[in-house]
Design a protein around this ligand. Structure first.
Ligand code: NI
Ligand code: MN
Length: 229
């Protein structure tokens, strides 16, 4: 059984068995965060790209919990030089079998500089095959044709940005759903700030109407349990 909790923005906790995986743990400067970085549990922390709203509190959480940070080689090197001890570097297109499943970094069309301006390598999405279920976190990205290839990965749950301005907006995210063909799609990266305010329920209604995927709008802090797919 897989439990996905949305901590707002692109921040997620995935719990599988006893393992806690955080993705893009943005708490401290996040106006919507329902909990603090000091409260979360983590065994692994995945960082999709170097921007502050995705790197977030990864380093202090890793230092407190001993969690392993998973990121591209550039971000991996940077977090190691900023105090993270357990780090696993991967890169776009490369997968690695962790105890919890097979995790692959996928392309994303975006930027990836780190908070001090350091080069953060290419931005990524994350595809995790947990065995019974596959989850895709798109990171920050615009629409790209390669999503059609990701659509061959038998995605159960896709987490897609819909905020517009910095990433896909609702219209392109709808096109992304038709390329990715996930069983369930959950919107993210919206409403954190006024500039990415969106009506997620209106978007979900269009997903239900215009795609074969099932939309699910989570409240901040809400958990979706994947067991019936
Ligand atoms: Ni970004
Ligand atoms: Mn972002």
């Amino acid at each position: 059984m897989l439990k996905l909790t949305w901590y707002s923005h692109a921040a997620w906790e995935i719990v599988t068995g006893e393992t806690h995986i955080l993705i893009d743990p943005f708490f401290s400067d996040n106006p919507l965060a329902p909990i603090t970085a000091a409260e979360v549990s983590a065994d692994y922390i995945v960082i999709t790209h170097g921007h502050g709203d995705h790197l977030g509190d990864a380093i202090p959480i890793a230092q407190r919990t001993g969690a392993t940070i998973i990121a591209n080689a550039e971000i991996a090197r940077w977090v190691r030089s900023h105090g993270a001890e357990n780090v696993h570097a991967q890169h776009i297109g490369g997968g690695f079998r962790y105890p919890f499943g097979y995790l692959k970094l996928t392309p994303a069309v975006h930027g990836s500089s780190l908070p001090d301006g350091s080069y953060g390598g290419m931005p990524a999405g994350v595809l995790i095959d947990f065995g019974p279920h596959t989850v895709y976190h798109a990171g920050d990205t615009g629409l790209f044709a390669g999503m059609q290839l990701l659509g061959e990965e038998d995605i159960d749950v896709a987490l897609l940005p819909i905020g517009d301005n910095y990433t896909m907006g609702p219209r392109d995210a709808l096109r992304a759903v038709n390329l990715l063909r996930p069983r369930v799609v959950i919107p993210m990266h919206y409403n954190t700030w006024e500039i990415i305010a969106q009506d997620a329920h209106a978007w979900a209604a269009r997903v239900a109407e215009e795609t074969s995927s099932r939309p699910l709008v989570l409240e901040v802090g809400q958990t979706y349990t994947v067991n019936e797919l």
